[in-house]
Design a protein around this ligand. Structure first.
Ligand SMILES: [Zn+2]
Length: 191
């Protein structure tokens, strides 16, 4: 399989809707395997960030597959939980803004409003239906990843100047982004 790299904006695949997975074929399992490899490679190249989650379109496959780190706090635990055809059943709780980043929007963070609680329906890799009730950071991560399979990137939710954008300094602290420098270093642009 050729796609074993993160794609980033402005790659048009990131703006397309993914297809539902009907049968968990060996190819689907291979995509899942590649997603894990790519997520961990990305993390290993960055001292201050964790690969919290990844969606199949981010490595170039338009399939409704996402995976979320089993432990979002501890980098040493490198397992992911795979969710196939994940859907938001209900969004609940307060809407709060917090920083988000994305493997496909390198080195840039912004504050995104999300619901505090989300109920999700999905299928596991054995084809069994699962239902999840997520809160806090996990609810945020799931909303971010489900956006990816619908062709939405976190920057699409940012409307206010004070929410955009930030970058990590050498110590891993978020600082307001130097846009000129960012464009020069990353050769990506959005409108
Ligand atoms: Zn993302």
């Amino acid at each position: 399989m050729k796609h074993r790299k993160i794609i980033s904006l402005p790659n048009p695949l990131l703006r397309q809707k993914s297809e539902k997975v009907h049968v968990i074929t060996p190819e689907i399992l291979q995509i899942i395997d590649n997603m894990t490899v790519v997520a961990l490679e990305w993390e290993n190249s960055r001292p201050h960030e964790i690969s919290a989650a990844i969606a199949a379109p981010q490595i170039g496959y338009l399939n409704k597959i996402i995976m979320v780190r089993s432990d979002l706090e501890d980098k040493n635990i490198q397992d992911f939980t795979t969710l196939i055809n994940p859907e938001i059943i209900k969004l609940e709780g307060k809407v709060t803004k917090d920083y988000e980043g994305c493997l496909s929007v390198p080195n840039v963070y912004g504050k995104v409003p999300r619901h505090d609680k989300a109920r999700i329906k999905a299928m596991d890799i054995n084809g069994n239906e699962i239902r999840l009730k997520a809160e806090g950071f996990l609810a945020r991560v799931l909303q971010h990843e489900i956006d990816h399979i619908n062709g939405i990137v976190f920057i699409d939710h940012i409307r206010n100047k004070e929410d955009a954008f930030y970058e990590l300094d050498k110590e891993g602290e978020l600082q307001p982004l130097d846009y000129e420098r960012y464009v020069k270093n990353n050769s990506i642009l959005w409108d």
